[in-house]
Design a protein around this ligand. Structure first.
Ligand code: DGI
Ligand code: FE
Ligand code: FE
Ligand code: FE
Length: 190
C-alpha cells in the first residue's frame, strides 16, 4: 500500500490547485468532526484525501468506468447529473488504484455527494466536512457550520437543505437519493 505522503502526491497531481486546497480543508474538517463525534480520525483523513480524486476526470472516462463495472457500480447514475458521478468513480479508483481495502472508507467516498439512507458515522463525517471545510464560502455555509456544532445529523440536514434549495432555484433535477438521505436524517433525530 502507499504511504500517506505517496497518496497525497498521487491524488493532488490529478486536480487543479484550488481543488487540492479544498481537499486539504476537508481533511482538516473531517479529522476534527471525527474527533468530536467519535469516528476514526485516520479513516476520516484517508477518505477526505480521496473523496474528490475523480472530480476532474474526463466525463467519458467516468462513464466508461461506471459502464465497464456495472456489476458493482450504479449505472442508473448515468441518467442523472454528471456532478454525481465522481463519488461513485472515486470510490472505485480508491480501491483499484490506491489499494484502499477498508469498506468504511470506500463507502464514505462513494456516498459523499448524495448521502444514503442509513449513513454510517464515517459517511456523515466526510459528507459534512465537504460542506463546512474552511475554504467554503457559499451563502448559508455559516448556518451549516453552526448546526454542525450541534450534531452530525443537524449539520447534514442543513447541508442537504442548501443543496436542494440551490437545485430548486436553478430548476435542476434533484437526485432522489439526496432527498431520501435528508429525510432519513430527520427521522434519525425523532
Ligand atoms: O465535489 P464537491 O464540489 O466538493 O461537492 P459534492 O461532491 O457534494 O458535489 C456537489 C455537486 O453535486 C454540486 O454541483 C451539486 C451537485 N449535486 C449534489 N446533489 C445533487 C447534485 N446535483 C443534482 N443534479 N442532484 C442532486 O441531488
Ligand atoms: Fe465531491
Ligand atoms: Fe458534498
Ligand atoms: Fe469535495
Amino acid at each position: 500500500a502507499l504511504s500517506r505522503e505517496e497518496l497525497i502526491r498521487a491524488v493532488s497531481a490529478q486536480m487543479p490547485a484550488k481543488r487540492w486546497k479544498h481537499t486539504q480543508g476537508v481533511m482538516e474538517s473531517a479529522v476534527a468532526l471525527a474527533e468530536k463525534y467519535g469516528a476514526d480520525p485516520e479513516k476520516a483523513d484517508v477518505a477526505a484525501i480521496l473523496h474528490d480524486v475523480a472530480k476532474y476526470w474526463p466525463i467519458a472516462e467516468m462513464e466508461a468506468i461506471i459502464r465497464d463495472h456495472n456489476n458493482r457500480l450504479n449505472v442508473e447514475l448515468l441518467t442523472h447529473d454528471k456532478q454525481l458521478w465522481h463519488s461513485e468513480v472515486g470510490a472505485f479508483v480508491a480501491e483499484r488504484d490506491y489499494g484502499v481495502s477498508d469498506s468504511e472508507i470506500i463507502n464514505a467516498i462513494r456516498w459523499h455527494t448524495s448521502g444514503r439512507v442509513g449513513m454510517s458515522l464515517l459517511d456523515k463525517v466526510v459528507c459534512l466536512a465537504d460542506y463546512i471545510e474552511p475554504g467554503r464560502d457559499f451563502p448559508g455555509v455559516e448556518h451549516i457550520r453552526e448546526q454542525a456544532h450541534r450534531s452530525l445529523e443537524e449539520g447534514l440536514i442543513a447541508g442537504f437543505d442548501s443543496t436542494i434549495s440551490l437545485l430548486l432555484s436553478q430548476r435542476r433535477v434533484i437526485y432522489p437519493l439526496t432527498v431520501l438521505s435528508r429525510n432519513d436524517l430527520i427521522a434519525q433525530l425523532k
